[in-house]
Design a protein around this ligand. Structure first.
Ligand code: SAH
Ligand code: SF4
Length: 377
């Protein structure tokens, strides 16, 4: 008997759907489970998104926290093969925002009751940089009576530097593992002692040991990356017991060495969709961590960040860097060149967040509940 193709397809879809439904009922997830979920088609993905939204509402609530992102300098001593501000890219103008500009940006965020700021820049390990950051952290702390949330995203540093900045008043650190697969990590970084998977891991361990709320993340849709790598990334973050995550789509930059593999990449919309799926799955497996909806999503789709809020993310980092520096902080192609710090822009963002089902957590620091629970005693 010939099997009607339509019938056959329906059976396959129904079988998979029930598989996805069953997996989503589980309390813990194996790599095989995650692979099936990562492979889910559009219909099945709706189930995953629904589950992630429910988990978010139940465990962290429908609140989105704003963190004012200050990209204080694009000077970098590293040479990551994917990044537009890598040391060897001579086509960009290097900048270093002044202390006054950084403090004014922080004031902007804190006077609007955002509660937190993020200091991000290219990586530097010199004394001048270390002392400057220490001073900036202290100045930002003195801006408000209640201790503001300060996240650092300043790359790999020796343990004593992390400690110095922690003692100055920063409580959160974001250092992406980029990919938990060492082989893939090696493919996207130069092969030298300054770019080393084990050192990245050791840095993350030091950050955690010192007492920071520890954040990591990966790029989604890298050349050579497989769904299996992404399943492993999710398990890595769970096993490392992170408190926060910032992950986003890889977006190729033509002035970087990795650009030569552009033909190996998934179409940009697929990378976007896969990132949303990763965010939803991370919410399902790590219920009470903070998950950022990153700018790279917005670079692909103007409302990309709000979409991620609907399916599990609970942090947005509006860019409050002085506008004149925006075009020089091009980690990837098409980074939004708007001026988000205008009050009108923020009003629109707030409206979109409300449409996505969340309130903005004004006046709250929005610390990672996962971290607070772990450190209760
Ligand atoms: N220098 C610091 C912080 C700035 S880079 C650090 O490396 O941690 C912050 C993040 O930007 C990196 O972790 C990387 O994941 C991301 N990034 C860099 N180039 C990118 C690209 N082409 N596409 C998407 N994300 C990119
Ligand atoms: Fe520098 Fe960070 Fe870019 Fe690497 S990813 S080149 S460390 S700014």
């Amino acid at each position: 008997m010939k099997i009607n193709l339509y019938f056959y397809t329906r059976i396959r879809i129904l079988f998979n759907m029930s598989n996805v439904r069953e997996i989503l009922r589980k309390q813990s997830f194996s790599k095989e489970d995650l692979l099936i979920l990562l492979n889910a088609d559009d219909k099945e993905t709706e189930l995953i998104f629904k589950k992630a939204a429910d988990v978010k509402a139940k465990y962290v609530g429908n609140i989105t926290y704003f963190r004012g992102l200050i990209e204080l300098s694009n000077i970098c001593s590293k040479n990551c093969l994917y990044c537009g501000i890598r040391r060897e890219n001579r086509l960009i103008k290097r900048y270093n925002a002044t202390d006054e500009e950084v403090i004014n940006a922080a004031k902007y965020a804190l006077t609007r009751n955002w509660g937190s700021v993020v200091l991000q820049s290219g990586e530097r390990n010199d004394k001048e940089f270390i002392e400057r950051i220490e001073k900036l952290i202290k100045s930002i702390c003195s801006l408000s009576k209640t201790k503001p949330g300060i996240t650092l995203s300043l790359g790999e540093q020796p343990e004593e530097t992390y400690k110095k900045w922690y003692d100055a008043g920063a409580q959160r650190y974001l250092l992406r593992i980029e990919s938990s697969n060492k082989e893939l990590f090696d493919k996207i970084h130069p092969n030298d002692k300054f770019h080393n998977y084990d050192y990245r891991l050791e840095s993350l361990r030091n950050i955690k040991k010192i007492g920071y709320m520890t954040g990591t993340g990966v790029m989604v849709g890298l050349p050579f990356q497989t769904l299996e790598d992404l399943a492993d990334d999710l398990l890595f973050m769970q096993e490392f017991d992170i408190d926060m995550c910032g992950m986003g789509p890889y977006i190729e930059h033509e002035d970087t060495p990795l650009y030569k593999y552009k033909d190996l990449l998934l179409p940009i919309e697929k990378r976007y969709e896969l990132t949303l799926k990763m965010i939803a799955l991370l919410r399902i497996i790590m219920k009470d961590i903070n998950i950022a909806s990153v700018t790279a999503l917005q670079a692909i789709k103007p409302t990309g960040r709000e979409e991620a809020i609907k399916i599990g993310a609970n942090v947005i980092m509006p860019n409050i860097t002085p506008v004149k520096y925006h075009e020089s902080y091009n980690l990837y192609k098409g980074k939004p060149q708007i001026a988000p710090e205008t009050d009108n822009y923020i009003k629109d963002l707030e409206k979109n967040i409300q449409n996505a089902g969340d309130d903005v957590g004004y006046g709250l620091r929005g610390d990672s509940l996962h971290f607070l629970k772990k450190n209760k005693n």
